[in-house]
Design a protein around this ligand. Structure first.
Ligand SMILES: [Zn+2]
Ligand SMILES: [Zn+2]
Length: 156
């Protein structure tokens, strides 16, 4: 039978000439290819998500929705208002339930809150801590919106 040497770098095993790798390295090659595919799929998925988000933040419905949120919050960071009593202008409209967790809440005004940059950062730090802290923070923000709506008799 015609034989050849396994093509795996550093392997000297003889294999049938129809094969490229010995059994062990054939398995390793398949695993390597599989991992490569998975990495590429993840990259494509990541790029698609980025594109979707970019497009969303430029869309007219979002720009309109963002403005309604800011107006409803009376241009203030209402988290700051209830935490410290200070009236500070917000900077970022934050999705309480994040876009990647629930895309259907992307334009839900009750899922949006206007925050200063520093409070926005603080909120995301809490989100990143662990699942429980994230849930607690989200519930707290939703309560603040409810309280604000009641306190200022906001209907919508
Ligand atoms: Zn080999
Ligand atoms: Zn945010």
């Amino acid at each position: 039978m015609l034989m050849r040497i396994c093509r795996w770098h550093g392997c000297n095993k003889l294999v049938s000439h129809e094969e490229v790798y010995c059994d062990k390295h054939k398995q390793m090659y398949i695993e390597y290819k599989h991992k490569q595919h998975k990495a590429r799929d993840n990259m494509i998925r990541h790029d698609k998500d980025e594109y979707k988000l970019k497009k969303f933040y430029k869309s007219i419905p979002w720009i309109r929705c963002r403005l309604s949120v800011i107006r409803r919050c009376m241009y203030m960071d209402i988290l700051e208002l209830y935490n410290t009593g200070r009236i500070v202008e917000g900077y970022t409209v934050h999705h309480i339930i994040e876009l990647r967790d629930d895309w259907t809440k992307r334009l839900d005004i009750d899922n949006l809150i206007y925050l200063t940059e520093s409070n926005h950062r603080k909120v995301h730090t809490l989100y990143d801590k662990d699942k429980e802290t994230k849930l607690k923070t989200q519930r707290m923000l939703i309560e603040i919106i409810k309280k604000f709506k009641t306190d200022y008799s906001i209907q919508s």
